[in-house]
Design a protein around this ligand. Structure first.
Ligand SMILES: Cc1cc2nc3c(=O)[nH]c(=O)nc-3n(C[C@H](O)[C@H](O)[C@H](O)COP(=O)(O)OP(=O)(O)OC[C@H]3O[C@@H](n4cnc5c(N)ncnc54)[C@H](O)[C@@H]3O)c2cc1C
Length: 499
């Protein structure tokens, strides 16, 4: 009989659950230690007085078979029977003067809209639209981990990507800030600078827009928690074990080989392999005490920017917002200090497209904006001040919401404030970053190793392995690591679908 090898997985976010599912499909004994009391990590939602406040998914790549991630979500049991919602528009930028730029998901409509706003920038707009169309059908290789690529695989990939190479190179080297600066129209310049983070490469937008247009990305009705719960169920059905409220404090190393973990309650657990699907910084510098790190890895953590630690203020509002788009970035009339940082833009999400998140006739509304991690860590030391500041922030947001949607304030029935400290407390993510490293023109093509120098039988997966993070990264890196382990063990990698 084949010896059954065992794997300890640290963290039950999407990456950890994915690794657990694929490990079970391939006959490994698995246990996930998760410090929180639920699955999903950042893929979270919470209920307050009949409203569900979603903390994650806006679009899921892999909603249809056009994306390779679709197969992964099927294998993970994440999307069976789930309705998908397709946005007509991804987001809307509103200037302080009330001008609007709408990122329509219909590419032809987007082109018309941009040309109406800025006919003087026709050449640039047509270039941008052409590049978006070029992303249609473009799929990043996901089926096999790069670590297992043969020379033949490399050539095949190069051949496939060759026709797209030059436009990918051009748009992944161009930041939003640079793209914005090329517009002659001042409003377009302002809008492009304020739709996503200015350091991000425009390619990430092109790719997203193409996937929303061809519907391979969509919003899964029900939102984040049912999505995570479905993968947890798949894992348990496959015979996997998960223990909640179990925080790993240390990885046991003998002869430079990972042998298991020590939990916060001092209990020791041993396995043949250890996979960390938890925060990258805590894994490398706390659980492994910085013993397995080189200058390259250190430089990522020292120099790459993070998705800014952010505040989410959620409201249960006893009214509908029929005309509100899913996502608005509204410029404030005057910059305001909110939550320890000057804000010029306020992002609102109106979940009027998901009836499961609020009772009929009511809406879950979320405000989301960057903040300062250290500011909140300092406040958190004094619970009274922390709470007072949170309420002050919520009051400021209510005023902004009410100015934009008169009468909304009077209809607010419940409110909830999550700060960067909340993100860190519930998921352990470094500085409360909600998607790991921000993709920039510098790190966009970086390939981060899943192993650490000098350490055997240990891998890292999840959002700290790929700038930009995201749910597909979790599913993919979880799948890849099991492919690598199977390869190392001389086993054929197998997958299945539930049922
Ligand atoms: C507001 C917001 C919007 C987003 N929108 C989207 C979107 O539209 N589409 C998309 O694809 N992605 C989106 N994301 C990103 C996505 O949620 C994350 O990138 C992804 O969920 C990360 O998964 P992960 O498994 O890598 O990490 P995590 O979710 O951080 O999971 C790590 C897990 O490890 C646990 N853990 C940490 N330390 C320990 C320890 N010492 N011991 C035990 N357990 C530990 C944590 O509790 C957590 O459960 C969004 C995120 C946020 C917050």
């Amino acid at each position: 009989m084949e010896d059954t090898k065992s794997i300890i997985i640290i963290g039950g976010g999407i990456a950890g659950l994915s690794a657990g599912c694929y490990a079970r499909m391939n006959g490994y004994e698995t246990i996930i230690f998760e410090m929180h009391d639920k699955p999903g990590g950042l893929c979270a939602a919470w209920k307050r007085k009949g409203y569900t406040f979603d903390g994650c998914v806006h679009w899921l790549m892999g909603a249809t078979e056009k994306s390779p991630f679709h197969e992964f979500w099927q294998e993970l049991g994440a999307i069976q029977g789930r309705k998908m919602f397709n946005y007509d528009e991804l987001l809307r930028y509103e200037s302080a003067e009330g001008k609007q730029f709408i990122l329509y998901t219909d590419i032809a409509r987007l082109e018309r809209h941009m040309l109406e706003i800025a006919p003087e920038d026709a050449k640039l707009i047509k270039d941008f639209i052409k590049a978006t169309r070029s992303c249609l059908g473009l799929q990043m290789p996901a089926d096999k981990p790069p670590e297992l690529y043969t020379t033949a695989d490399g050539f095949k990939l190069m051949f496939k990507m060759l026709p797209k190479m030059s436009f990918m190179k051009k748009w992944s080297a161009m930041s939003f800030a640079e793209f914005a600066s090329r517009f002659r129209n001042p409003f377009m310049r302002e809008a492009i600078n304020n739709i996503w983070y200015p350091e991000m490469p425009v390619f990430s937008l092109l790719f997203t827009m193409a996937s929303l247009y061809d519907k391979s990305s969509a919003y899964p009705i029900g939102g984040s928690l049912p999505f995570a719960r479905a993968i947890e169920k798949r894992y348990l059905d496959l015979g996997g074990k998960i223990e909640y409220k179990k925080k790993v404090s240390k990885i046991i190393i003998e002869d430079n080989t990972a042998k298991g973990v020590v939990l916060e309650d001092s209990s020791e657990h041993r396995a043949d392999f250890v996979i960390s699907a938890a925060d990258g910084h805590a894994t490398i510098f706390d659980m492994l005490e910085g013993r397995y790190v080189d200058d390259k890895i250190r430089s990522y953590y020292d120099t790459w920017p993070l998705f800014p630690p952010s505040i989410q203020v959620s409201f249960g509002v006893s009214k509908t917002f029929d005309d509100a788009p899913h996502w608005v970035n509204a410029a404030l009339k005057e910059p305001m200090m909110i939550g320890g940082k000057e804000q010029k833009i306020m992002t609102f999400f109106f979940y009027n497209f998901d009836p499961t998140l609020a009772p009929e006739g009511k809406t879950a509304v979320v405000a989301f904006f960057p903040s300062d991690y250290d500011y909140w860590v300092e406040l958190y030391k004094n619970p009274k001040r922390y709470k007072t500041e949170k309420e002050k922030v919520a009051d400021q947001i209510v005023k902004i919401l009410d100015a934009r949607f008169p009468g909304a304030a009077a209809k607010i029935r419940v409110r909830d404030i999550a700060t960067p400290v909340t993100y860190n407390r519930y998921t352990g993510n470094w500085q409360g970053s909600y998607e790991g490293w921000l993709p920039t023109t510098v790190n966009f093509h970086a390939r981060i190793s899943k192993t650490l120098p000098g350490l055997e039988n240990f891998w890292m997966i999840g959002q700290w392995i790929q700038p930009g993070g995201g749910l597909p990264t979790g599913a993919m890196t979880g799948r890849h690591v099991i492919q690598i382990i199977c390869h190392q063990d001389g086993k054929e990698f197998r997958t299945s679908r539930p049922g």
